[in-house]
Design a protein around this ligand. Structure first.
Ligand code: ZN
Length: 525
């Protein structure tokens, strides 16, 4: 362990740089004046250059490679051969800290260094610039409702990503290399099985729901419409965030154009929302969603925070936590039962004459709509499937940028039965591709599916319905903290799934959950 002290110091430098960059990003998305953005961009570019240098070029890898696993094992007197089993058991019991944790931190650092150093430094920097141009061109194209404005830049971004895939390498499908950035180990083979199951079961079920008279009746009542003064909404959202258990001493609620969460340590996990004065549901479900992300980060073990292992393991697992609080908890009758009078008192014009059952149906309405971020729980994975099929084809060279708008419309028709009237409602709606985030979308659907399986496991230990009805989220949140949150990046998504639920990821939980939930809401008498 001769280098540990030095490695630890470098780790702290990297964390401090990361902290500074994330604070600047948070500031940029919330309160920075728009005129400041180009210069903030310059500062970020400089800092990311320093980060790259500290991570890749300042001798860290050599220090790590000179360390020997045996030294770390000896220090805790555990036989190397038994380590895998033992640490596994200990991990499951949550008593792993202080065993091989330093070794795990170095492994994670090494993985990151190797991944980034495969990209030549000039190519890495050039892409930073390309993604800023990509974002600007995307905004311009959206304003003009014209895909042709964005297409040439998108081509360059895709070309860079193809080069990136070559740098990283892959076993079976080139797209696997991109998936791995967001969900370590996830492959096209696994996703094809996942999405084909959804396609077979959800598309015909959606047709039944759309024909439901009960749903039509609720739609016609237009529940949730009205005017909701921002100041009043802000007051209600603070109440709601506190009610679900958000710790304002270690978090903050901000305002941004698109809701997000950002953590800097386990004592500083912030969330944002946006206020739409004709739509109260927008902010309610953003708060519950972002709370799920923030509570994950707040519950990460003290020993791991501000280290390479000190954040959520993957986008899919993160999204499983946000979707759990947003949908499984936040759209349930038992959650609203005790606080429905509160929302009625806050907004009597819209809710005083609406009964709880109708309110619950209204927050679960199913709609064949164009915009992913506004989609309901049932159609949401279909929106993701459209993007998945397109990305897969782009990176296996069976689809060109010119063909994108048409490919989009064809898939929308096939999965949702609707055709967008223009590119803003179609191919141009998401920011992701303009920043080079290919491989990201599938984790949204995967996270929802993970959450259904975690939910089933939780119900074997916790009386979720009763606790929610009592307004007591202690046992619910501590189940997640004990099994998932505390580990940060110490366990892989696959390990978390097996250790928490007793089996490997099984998408049937998700399909069954959706069908049961929506049948109860809209099909049963
Ligand atoms: Zn999310």
């Amino acid at each position: 362990m001769k280098n540990w002290k030095e490695i630890e110091q470098k780790m702290q430098t990297l964390d401090a740089l990361q902290h500074a960059m994330n604070k600047i990003l948070y500031d940029m998305e919330t309160i920075a004046p728009s005129g400041a953005i180009p210069k903030i961009g310059k500062t970020l570019e400089t800092l990311s250059g320093i980060y790259y240098y500290e991570l890749v070029d300042n001798g860290l890898l050599a220090l790590i490679e000179a360390e020997k696993e045996a030294d770390y094992l000896e220090a805790i007197s555990i036989d190397a051969i038994e380590l895998d089993d033992l640490s596994r058991e200990e991990k499951a019991a949550g008593t792993f800290f202080g065993t091989t944790i330093e070794w795990d931190m170095m492994k994670e650092l090494k993985r990151e260094i190797q991944k980034i150093s495969k990209i030549p430094a000039d190519s890495y920097r050039a892409f930073q610039e390309l993604s800023i141009i990509g974002h600007a061109k995307w905004l311009e194209a959206k304003a003009a409702n014209d895909f042709a404005i964005f297409a040439p830049t998108l081509k360059k971004i895709i070309a860079y990503k193809k080069q990136y895939i070559e740098y990283q390498g892959y076993d079976q499908h080139p797209y696997d290399a991109l998936l791995d950035d967001y969900e370590p180990g996830l492959t096209v083979t696994e996703l094809d099985i996942f999405f084909s199951g959804l396609r077979e079961k959800i598309i015909p079920f959606l047709k039944k729901i759309n024909a439901s008279e009960k749903m039509q009746a609720i739609t016609d009542k237009k529940i949730g419409e009205g005017f909701f003064l921002q100041a009043k909404q802000e007051e209600f959202m603070v109440f709601l965030a506190k009610y679900i258990g958000y710790d304002f001493n270690r978090g903050q609620l901000g305002i941004s154009a698109h809701p997000f969460s950002q953590s800097f340590s386990n004592d500083d996990a912030r969330i944002t929302t946006r206020y739409v004065e004709h739509d109260i549901y927008s902010s309610i479900f953003s708060i519950l969603h972002e709370f799920g992300h923030a509570i994950y980060e707040q519950n990460i073990a003290e020993k791991l925070t501000m280290t390479p292992l000190g954040s959520g393991i993957s986008m899919g697992i993160h999204e499983s936590q946000s979707r759990f609080y947003e949908n499984m908890i936040g759209r349930s009758e038992s959650f609203w039962n005790p606080i429905y009078p509160a929302i009625q008192a806050f907004f009597p014009d819209s809710f005083a004459d609406v009964c709880l059952a109708d309110f619950i149906a209204s927050i679960n309405l199913v709609e064949q709509s164009f915009i992913r971020v506004e989609a309901d729980e049932l159609t949401y994975p279909l929106h993701i499937m459209v993007r998945y099929e397109i990305e897969k084809k782009l990176f296996s060279d069976t689809l060109t940028v010119e063909q994108l708008p048409e490919a989009w419309n064809t898939l929308m028709m096939e999965y949702l039965g609707i055709t967008p009237a223009n590119v803003n409602e179609g191919i141009l709606q998401d920011i992701h591709w303009s920043q080079g985030y290919f491989g990201y979308f599938p984790t949204y659907a995967l996270g929802s599916a993970y959450s259904a399986q975690f939910f089933e496991a939780m119900k074997r230990e916790v009386d979720v319905e009763k606790d929610a009805r009592d307004g007591d989220f202690t046992a619910i949140t501590s189940f997640l903290a004990r099994n998932i949150h505390q580990f940060g990046k110490l366990k892989t998504p696959k390990e978390l799934m097996i250790d928490t639920t007793g089996e490997a990821f099984n998408p049937d939980y998700y399909i069954d959950y959706l069908i049961e939930k929506y049948s109860t809401l809209f099909l049963n008498k």
